[in-house]
Ligand binder design. Structure first.
Ligand SMILES: C=C(OP(=O)(O)O)C(=O)O
Ligand SMILES: [Mg+2]
Length: 451
């Protein structure tokens, strides 16, 4: 499978510090500094706040015995996989049309807070396993994945701080080396993320050839700006979708691809793997029924969709396709992987839901060649790191991802750097909740350069 992103380490640095998931004595002494023996939390609280779509989500706050506070904002998807960990919503029509999260907030403030303050936790894994046990279900539907993941993310920050290690290093494997990821900017939105008639959900630009994260962000911004001018010139609207990409009324994915390729070239970049390539997330589970896919008013079978992707890959500088086929079309996925797996990255999102066991099965089955990594799909940071490890061991690529509903939390930028997976997607290079992640990447790059 293609691994263009492997060439795009925007610089690496590892001073052999005591880092990783376990904040315990067994990692002590790599640089002559001992690690703390655990973290004692004195409080865990959550509030109901709004996400980028104006829907309720949770902000979580933890306080340690040393008086240090750690927070996290919980993301939320719209095109969700059926096997994702369950996001708890109140289901009470009087508030936010039943979409409130006061139940999940209560679960943080009461049972989870009681657990967290009951003892010292040796490691993030120790704490995450304890929450999973307290929840007691396979899909985290009792306490809510939204409650658990917020605590897990904030706790990861607490363990990293206790260890004196930046999050972008702490979340990496014990023997790993951080690496800057290539940002994938979603510049044109469709599907359930936009009010237009475009069936494909995401058209991303990936500056694979950029020499640094800062230069990649610059390319993303310049191309985004050029795309806006092109849309205006060609008589389209420039309203935005949920992830900050433009959402014009263009139904044919090939027309959009041409427009994006023109924007890349028009902004002065080379369209292709040496410069700025294109990545697609059709999110096809949303337009598939009984393995029939309806795109721009035309029905296609799985095999016809595979032919269609092959034709698009021939015509345009596409390097990655996510959820090209539906989560219900496993046989189709096998054929898609056989046909295109050597030419492009094939990413499973709805198909894998960041679940280590599901990804392990797919690797054994030869389905797809990469996994999308969304922390709230599985519900704890520990399990997310396990999925990343499964990908590494199985030689599958991985792309760390935001959700379409976001907060300004930049956790995933640190996760992408620490995991060394080489790829991140966080929407358009615009809007606060999206650029929080890209700006954090640039900040991490600068911090590493100063080390
Ligand atoms: C980011 C995505 O969208 P959502 O968060 O709606 O699942 C995606 O499908 O990759
Ligand atoms: Mg997706």
């Amino acid at each position: 499978m293609p691994r263009e992103n492997e060439h795009h380490d925007f610089g690496s640095c590892d001073r052999g510090r005591c880092y990783g998931r376990h904040v315990s004595g067994d990692r002590a002494g790599l640089d002559g500094r001992s690690c703390v023996m655990g973290v004692r939390f004195v409080s865990a609280t959550a509030n109901e706040v709004l996400d980028s779509r104006s829907r309720p989500t949770l902000a979580v706050h933890l306080l340690t015995a040393e008086g240090r506070g750690f927070s996290a904002g919980v993301p939320s998807g719209a095109s969700t996989g059926s096997r994702e960990a369950v996001e708890l919503r109140d289901g009470d029509d009087a508030r936010y049309g039943g979409q409130g999260v006061l139940g999940a907030v209560r679960n943080v403030n009461e049972p989870i807070a009681e657990l967290l303050t009951s003892r010292v936790f040796e490691s993030l894994e120790d704490l995450d396993r304890a929450m999973i046990e307290l929840d007691g279900t396979d899909d985290k539907s009792s306490l809510g994945a939204n409650a658990i993941v917020g605590v897990s993310m904030a706790a990861a920050r607490a363990f990293a701080a206790a260890d004196g290690t930046p999050l972008w290093r702490f979340l990496g494997p014990a023997d790993g080396e951080p690496r800057m990821p290539v940002p994938h900017f979603n510049v044109l939105n469709g599907g359930v993320h936009a009010a237009n008639d475009l069936d494909f959900q995401e058209f991303m630009i990936a500056p694979l050839g950029a020499p640094s994260a800062a230069e990649a962000v610059r390319a993303g911004s310049e191309i985004y700006g050029h795309l806006k001018s092109l849309l205006r010139e060609r008589g389209h609207e420039v309203g935005l979708g949920d992830e900050g990409g433009f959402a014009p009324e263009i139904a044919d994915p090939a027309d959009v691809l041409q427009l994006v390729a023109d924007a890349i070239e028009g902004a002065g970049y080379t369209a292709g793997r040496d410069g700025v390539a294109i990545a697609l997330d059709p999110a096809s589970s949303e337009f598939e029924k009984d393995c029939v896919y309806r795109v721009a008013g035309r029905d296609r079978s799985s095999d016809e969709m595979i032919d269609y992707y092959a034709e698009l890959v021939d015509r345009f500088p596409i390097w990655s396709i996510e959820d090209g086929l539906s989560e219900r079309d496993r046989d189709g996925w096998r054929r898609l992987t056989e046909r295109l797996g050597e030419r492009v990255q094939l990413v499973g999102d709805d198909l894998f839901v960041t679940n280590p066991a599901i990804v392990r099965d797919a690797i054994a089955d030869g389905i797809a060649n990469a996994a999308l990594i969304k922390v709230n799909q599985i519900g704890t940071v520990t399990e997310t790191l396990e999925t990343l490890a499964v990908c590494r061991e199985g030689d599958y690529a991985a792309m760390v991802s935001h959700r379409s509903g976001e907060s300004d939390d930049s956790f995933i930028a640190d996760l992408a750097v620490a995991s060394a997976c080489g790829q991140i997607k966080s929407g358009a290079p615009a809007r606060g909740e999206r650029i929080a992640k890209y700006n954090r990447l640039v900040e991490i790059e600068a911090l590493r350069a100063r080390e």
